[in-house]
Write a protein that binds this ligand. Structure first.
Ligand SMILES: Nc1ncnc2c1ncn2[C@@H]1O[C@H](COP(=O)(O)OP(=O)(O)OP(=O)(O)O)[C@@H](O)[C@H]1O
Length: 449
C-alpha cells in the first residue's frame, strides 16, 4: 500500500480516505485519525505514521513557562517597535518593501532581541522570523568597524539566496545625510558559489554580514581566510534541521563553541519546529552554545501548524500512485503547487534506477496539461540548474514544482496554493514544514488586514 496525501489551504481542516470522509478544526486530530486509519490497514503504513504520533504527543506537552517572554502588545507598527534600535534608513526601506505592521513573532521577539538576549525563536512557518532576526542584526552592526559582525547560517543554498535577497533589500543605500557612512556589505557564502572570488574579498575587506551554508563557511574558517573575532550576532536558521543532519552537526558544534564564544556574541536560533525544546535549551546552556539566560520565544505553542490549512489524504495502491496524483491535480486545478517526493535510496542509486523525482517529473510533463511550467528541484541537480529552477519559480505565473525536501525548509514561494506529499514525510515535523510552504503570503495578508 502507498499513500498520497495533500495539504491545501481553505479555512477549515478536513481529511478524506478512499473509504471515509471526515472533518476537524484540529490538525493534531487529523494526524491522530490518519495514524489510526493507516494502522488498521498495513504494517508499512503503521511504520510510516508512528513518528507522526510521537511528535504530536511531544508538541501537545509544550508550554511557554520555561522562559520569561517580555509581553509588549502596545506596538501597532514595526516603526514604533524598531525606533531607537534600528537605523532610520533601514526602517524606511522596510516600509517601502511593505513591512509595516509587525507579525506576532516580531511583536514578541524584537523587544527580547533588542535587549541583547540570546534567543530560541520558534513560530509557525511563514510567520516572519527572518525579518525579526535581520532587524536585530541591523540594530547592532556598525559599518565603520572592521570585520564580520553578523553571521547567518542556514541549511541550503536556496534558503541562503532568499535570505540574502531580503538582507540586501533592507540594507539598500542610506539617505543623503548618512551617505558619509560606509555602506553595509553583505556576502552570500553558499555551497556551489565561486569560493576563489569570495576568498579575495574576505581577505581584502571582510563584509559586515555573511550569509552562509555550513560547508563553505567552515572551509573558510578552517583555512583562516577570515575570523569571527568581531562577531556580534550569530543566527542559526532551521536550527533543528541542522542539528538533525549527520552531515552538518559536527561543523555546527564547532562553529558554536570553537570558532567564536557565546559570551562574546548574541546567539539566535530560529525554526518553526524545535522538538523537545526544553532539552534543547538545556543543551544550549550546558554546551555553551548560548548564554545561560537564553530566552525561548515560542509563539502559538498549542497550534504549531496554521489553522487555515485544509488537510486530506488519499489511500491507493502502489501502482496507482501516479494516476491518483494526476486525478487529484486535475480535480483541484491548483494555481501553483509543490509535489514532494522522497529522496532516492542508495540501494536504488546503485541499481542504476532513475530517481523517483525524475520519473514523476517526466510523467507529469507528458500527462498533466493543467500547468505549462513544470519545474524540478532536487539535491542531485548541479547548482546552476537549481538556481535556474528557482528563477523560473520566482518569475511569476503558475507553476507545478516537483521537489525533494530541499524545498521544504524556509523557501518562500508565496504563490503556492497546494502541497502534495507524493511520498509521505518522515515525521510530523517534516509534514509541518512541507505544508507550511502553502501559507506564507496568505497568513501575512490576514495579519496585515
Ligand atoms: N511584518 C511583515 N509584514 C508583511 N510581510 C511580512 C512581514 N514579515 C515577514 N513578511 C513576509 O512573510 C513571508 C514569510 O516570512 P519568513 O520567510 O520570514 O517566514 P519564516 O517565519 O522564516 O518561515 P519559515 O519557518 O518557513 O522559514 C515573506 O514573504 C516575508 O517577506
Amino acid at each position: 500500500m502507498a499513500s498520497c496525501f495533500s495539504a491545501t489551504h481553505p479555512h477549515y481542516v478536513s481529511w478524506t480516505s478512499s473509504a471515509n470522509f471526515g472533518q476537524s478544526s484540529n490538525p493534531s486530530y487529523v494526524t491522530k485519525s490518519l495514524v489510526f486509519r493507516c494502522r488498521k490497514r498495513t504494517q508499512c503504513a503503521l511504520q510510516i505514521h508512528c513518528p507522526l504520533m510521537k511528535a504530536r504527543v511531544a508538541s501537545s506537552s509544550m508550554d511557554t513557562t520555561d522562559a520569561h517572554i517580555e509581553e509588549n502588545s502596545s506596538f501597532s507598527t514595526l516603526r514604533e517597535l524598531c525606533k531607537g534600535h534600528v537605523p532610520e534608513h533601514v526602517i524606511n526601506r522596510m516600509e517601502e518593501i511593505g513591512y509595516v505592521a509587525p507579525t506576532e513573532v516580531q511583536q514578541q521577539a524584537l523587544p527580547v532581541l533588542f535587549a541583547g538576549r540570546d534567543c530560541i525563536l520558534q513560530a509557525q512557518t511563514g510567520s516572519g522570523k527572518t525579518l525579526a532576526y535581520l532587524l536585530q542584526i541591523f540594530s547592532v552592526i556598525d559599518t565603520q568597524r572592521f570585520g564580520v559582525q553578523a553571521l547567518i547560517v542556514l541549511p541550503t543554498r536556496e534558503l541562503g539566496m532568499q535570505v540574502t535577497e531580503v538582507t540586501r533589500k533592507l540594507a539598500a543605500k542610506p539617505s543623503q545625510a548618512q551617505r558619509q557612512q560606509k555602506p553595509c556589505t553583505i556576502m552570500a557564502l553558499l555551497d556551489g558559489g565561486r569560493l576563489t572570488r569570495h576568498k579575495r574579498w574576505l581577505k581584502a575587506e571582510p563584509p559586515t554580514i555573511v550569509i552562509a551554508t555550513l560547508q563553505s563557511l567552515c572551509h573558510m574558517l578552517e583555512k583562516q581566510i577570515f575570523g569571527l573575532g568581531a562577531l556580534q550576532v550569530l543566527v542559526i536558521d532551521e536550527v533543528d534541521f541542522m542539528f538533525n543532519s549527520s552531515k552538518q552537526v559536527d561543523a555546527l558544534r564547532r562553529l558554536l563553541t570553537s570558532y567564536s564564544s557565546s559570551s562574546n556574541r548574541q546567539t539566535i536560533c530560529a525554526s518553526a519546529s524545535v522538538p523537545q525544546h526544553k532539552r534543547f535549551l538545556h543543551d544550549c546552556i550546558q554546551h555553551k552554545w548560548t548564554k545561560g539566560d537564553v530566552v525561548h520565544v515560542h509563539v502559538n505553542p498549542v497550534q504549531p501548524m496554521p489553522s487555515c490549512l485544509h488537510h486530506r489524504f488519499v489511500v491507493c495502491g502502489e501502482r496507482e500512485r501516479h494516476s491518483t496524483l494526476l486525478l487529484l491535480l486535475q480535480s483541484d486545478a491548483p494555481q501553483s503547487a509543490i509535489v514532494f517526493v522522497g529522496e532516492q535510496s542508495e540501494k536504488s542509486k546503485k541499481a542504476g534506477n532513475a530517481p523517483p523525482t525524475t520519473i514523476l517529473f517526466d510523467f507529469l510533463k507528458a500527462s498533466f496539461l493543467g500547468c505549462s511550467t513544470i519545474i524540478l528541484l532536487e539535491e542531485d541537480m548541479n547548482f546552476n540548474q537549481r538556481a535556474a529552477s528557482l528563477i523560473d519559480l520566482r518569475g511569476g505565473g503558475d507553476f507545478l514544482l516537483v521537489a525533494t525536501d530541499i524545498a521544504s525548509r524556509g523557501v518562500d514561494l508565496p504563490e503556492t496554493t497546494h502541497i502534495y506529499n507524493f511520498d509521505l514525510p518522515r515525521d510530523a515535523v517534516n509534514y509541518l514544514h512541507r505544508a507550511g510552504r502553502a501559507v506564507e503570503r496568505k497568513l501575512m495578508r490576514t495579519r496585515i488586514a
